[in-house]
Design a protein. Sequence first.
Length: 87
Amino acid sequence: VQGNKNVYRIAVLDRERSDTGTVRVITSGPLDESPSFAPNASMVLYAAREGNRGVLYAASADGLVKQKLTFGDGDVREPAWGPFRPR
């Protein structure tokens, strides 16, 4: 999570440039938190604030695809992927 004043977004360290500390912000905030990477590292689940509610989003690890995952009433706090099970 990358923070700047009161804005928090999910960022990913560029592995090819890890020695420079280059990060790529993959969400658009303003209050994105609690990222959880998929076992294959291709997707990230994260919680975001919309009004007074915590909502669930998924984004591709490169940040090109983002999708709000809607549910009934409720408040998302700390999403997590289930355990990885090899086939």
